[in-house]
Design a protein around this ligand. Structure first.
Ligand code: HEC
Length: 138
């Protein structure tokens, strides 16, 4: 049992570091494209349209510090996806991206894709973003 766990952990470590090498640029590019106008290029909440929003975009470099030194992976993922309970579909000034990435999947994957591919595409985008955000924590 223990060796199975070690194996699984090793496989995970290898695959995540491989994914990290590939995803870093996807996450960074997607961040600059979709998030920086509000959250700022360096994540500090000072994007060019920040001043026009009802609610100021939070400083994303403090997420880990404000969570007792642990990067709040799931919370960040859910916020971006739009599935978190904080009124994202109603009152939040933070757009939900999960549905948007799913909608985009068709044009990027070609015609021969399934529902599972769409979900994977959206998830990969969000994971790349979460990972990029984790790189600029204080
Ligand atoms: C239109 C401006 C805008 C854009 C674009 C935007 N955000 Fe936000 N974001 C906000 C606002 C405003 C909040 C605070 C929402 C709230 O508290 O209701 C927020 C909250 C967040 C949070 C939660 C932070 C916390 O303190 O818990 C994360 C994480 C986040 N955004 C990431 C992103 C990412 C990643 C993108 C790009 C895919 C993005 N945002 C695009 C305005 C924006």
């Amino acid at each position: 049992m223990k060796s199975v766990l070690v194996l699984a952990a090793t496989a995970l470590a290898v695959s995540t570091s491989f994914a990290a090498a590939q995803d870093a640029s996807i996450g960074a590019a997607e961040y600059m494209n979709s998030c920086a106008q509000c959250h700022g290029a360096s994540g500090e909440g000072n994007g060019v349209i920040a001043g026009f929003l009802t609610k100021s975009p939070p400083n994303l470099t403090l997420l880990q510090k404000e969570n007792g030194g642990v990067f709040p992976f799931s919370a960040v993922y859910n916020t971006i996806d739009g599935t978190s309970a904080s009124g994202v579909h109603g009152t939040s000034d933070m757009p939900a991206w999960g549905a948007r990435y799913s909608a985009k999947a068709g044009e990027q994957l070609g015609f021969d894709y399934t529902g599972a591919d769409v979900e994977f595409f959206a998830r990969a985008r969000i994971l790349a973003l979460v990972e990029f955000i984790s790189t600029f924590q204080e």
